[in-house]
Design a protein around this ligand. Structure first.
Ligand code: NAI
Ligand SMILES: CC/C=C\CC(=O)/C=C/C=C\C=C\C=C\[C@@H](O)[C@@H](O)C/C=C\CCC(=O)O
Length: 260
């Protein structure tokens, strides 16, 4: 997929990985709608990106992915402004094992909500022009992080949901590819704050640190992998692992063979 003239929506765009995703999409020719609940950071980023890439290529809309009303309004505004939606990055997320219900609401329900609202605009069967949806999961979506079991659960669910939607889309003719991005530790505000957000598992801080000692990557490393999932039209139903020493597509087992 060439990005020139394409329109993208990025949730959790104001900071961290979402900010890097927005920048690389703009660098490669797309128009980008930045969705975030942090109004100050979102407006500041939109002003900076407009100066760098042009006034008509970015739009910031305050939007909480937990709100159906706000998500529907944001996606509608995107279509009205840029003529449609070709790319969705369901990236907004949080980690707080003390606020586990909110963690589920943002990390899982927010991804499902973004997908289903976007489908109304992207689905070729209902007048859309197809495209690609990339969900930011985590390496914790492929293996457990004992210090944050609920976060781990949400990311495992995002991987499963993404792979199932990829199959549904291919079987239905939606014209939309679905892929998961599974980074290891990335230097962002989320990572900086996690040791204070392990809640009932804070006694496992040292264990988490041993995982982190294996290496922390930059947001730009993640953004490059996003670009690969967006532009490579052969990728559907994939989980791309990004670590300091490894970039690989998760080799999921094929369907279990019936015993002979
Ligand atoms: N930092 C890391 O080590 C890793 C992060 N991830 C995932 O990457 C995604 C982005 O995380 P980071 O950039 O690290 O976090 P971050 O905290 O630096 O940025 C997250 C952004 O999402 C926004 N946000 C949070 N809740 C929201 C909501 N309900 N509605 C709209 N916007 C919301 C925040 O305002 C912020 O701008 C998350 O899904 C996270 O789980 C995955 C693997 C590793
Ligand atoms: C504490 C969470 C901090 C930041 C957010 C985040 O999502 C970070 C995740 C970073 C690492 C997760 C590592 C999980 C590791 C183990 O569960 C392994 O079993 C992973 C399993 C498969 C991955 C394939 C591979 O590593 O080759």
């Amino acid at each position: 997929m060439a990005l020139s003239g394409k329109s993208a929506v990025v949730t959790g765009a104001a900071m961290g990985i979402g900010k890097a995703m927005s920048e690389i999409l703009l660098q490669n020719g797309a128009k980008v709608v930045l969705l975030d609940m942090n109004e100050a950071a979102g407006k500041s980023l939109q002003e900076a990106l407009s100066k760098q890439y042009g006034q008509d290529r970015t739009l910031f809309l305050i939007c909480n992915v937990e709100s159906e009303e706000q998500m529907k309004a944001a996606f509608q505004k995107t279509v009205e402004t840029f003529g449609g939606i070709d790319i969705l990055c369901n990236n907004a997320g949080m980690l707080n094992e003390s606020e586990w219900e909110k963690t589920v609401s943002v990390n899982l329900l927010g991804v499902i909500r973004g997908t289903y609202v976007a489908l109304q605009h992207m689905n070729k069967l209902t007048g859309g022009r197809g495209g690609v949806i990339v969900n930011t999961a985590s390496l914790a979506g492929l293996g457990p992080l004992p210090s944050c079991p609920v976060y781990t659960a949400t990311k495992h669910a995002v991987v499963g949901f993404t792979r199932a939607m990829a199959g549904a889309s291919a079987a239905s003719g939606y014209g939309i590819r679905f892929n998961a991005l599974c980074p290891g530790f990335v230097q962002t505000d989320l990572l900086s704050n996690i040791l204070a957000r392990l809640g009932p598992f804070s006694h496992l801080e040292a264990l988490t640190q041993t995982f982190m000692d294996k290496g922390v990557i930059n947001t730009s490393d993640v953004a490059k992998c996003l670009l690969e999932l967006v532009t490579d039209e052969t990728k559907n139903g994939e989980a791309l692992i990004v670590k300091s020493d490894l970039k690989m597509y998760m080799p999921f087992p094929t369907e279990p063979k019936t015993p002979k």
